[in-house]
Design a binder for this molecule. Sequence first.
Ligand SMILES: NC(=O)c1ccc[n+]([C@@H]2O[C@H](COP(=O)([O-])OP(=O)(O)OC[C@H]3O[C@@H](n4cnc5c(N)ncnc54)[C@H](OP(=O)(O)O)[C@@H]3O)[C@@H](O)[C@H]2O)c1
Length: 254
Amino acid sequence: MTVLILGGTSEAVALDQHLAEQAPDIRAIISLAGHTADPRPLNLPVRSGGFGGIDGLRRYLVEEGIIAVIDATHPFAAIMPFHAQAACKAEGVPLLAIRRKAWTPMPGDRWTSVLDMEAAVAALGEEPRRVFLTVGRLELPHFADSPRHRYLVRVIEPIGDRLPLHDVTVLQQRGPFLVDEEEALMRSEGVEILVTKNSGGDATAAKLIAARRLGLPVIMVERPPKPDVETVDHIDQVLPWLVAQGLFVTERGV
Ligand SMILES: NC(=O)c1ccc[n+]([C@@H]2O[C@H](COP(=O)([O-])OP(=O)(O)OC[C@H]3O[C@@H](n4cnc5c(N)ncnc54)[C@H](OP(=O)(O)O)[C@@H]3O)[C@@H](O)[C@H]2O)c1
């Protein structure tokens, strides 16, 4: 009788804290893909690593007695949300996705929206530029195809040899970031263009405001398609959903 939370995001971390405070009796487990060497500490128990495709996840749901799945994977996780949908449907397990809202351009923004990283590389153009890359370390190899640019790269974990170019500056930092500091960074580093994924959320939105203030162009990589499942945009909506499913009773007996 356990709730499975597919994690990897700040929503999963916030949900972990929320459940510890609001529903300490709930039995839940957080699943991480295992890409992060040093994941943040969590209150709930954690399992790590892939399930072995849809069939592996189906087996896991049955063997662990999973009564509901919360998909709190990253907006750019392209496979796991579909596996969750298929496995939950096959085993009759209720599924709820938490999807934070995407960023949308405001007056003064100079965004070019593209569908994937290859298109982002192409959109940088022929002219050498100082490029601020905030796309995650796993996406960096795409930019090795465009060595004429000078890259400022911000990542959470070391990039290893993922961008083996001559002119690369690496900042290893985790958000949230402040607008004034983002603006100062872009000024001091001579940034001419920003490349980012449309992750949404507040923690890393400051760079977009800073780019707007500086009149800088932004290449915005839009999100991959997601399955059509029941969705909320905030962790506060998870407990009411569990209650509505009849899977959890609050202290007030609701
Ligand atoms: N892609 C990004 O831009 C990005 C950015 C920040 C964080 N993340 C986080 O990193 C993780 C993996 O991202 P991804 O892009 O590799 O996802 P993905 O492409 O959707 O998933 C690839 C495979 O990784 C395994 N996997 C993914 N999430 C898992 C989870 N929460 N628990 C157990 N296995 C999981 C699954 O393996 P099996 O098929 O073997 O089950 C899945 O088929 C996710 O938790 C995501 O939230 C991704």
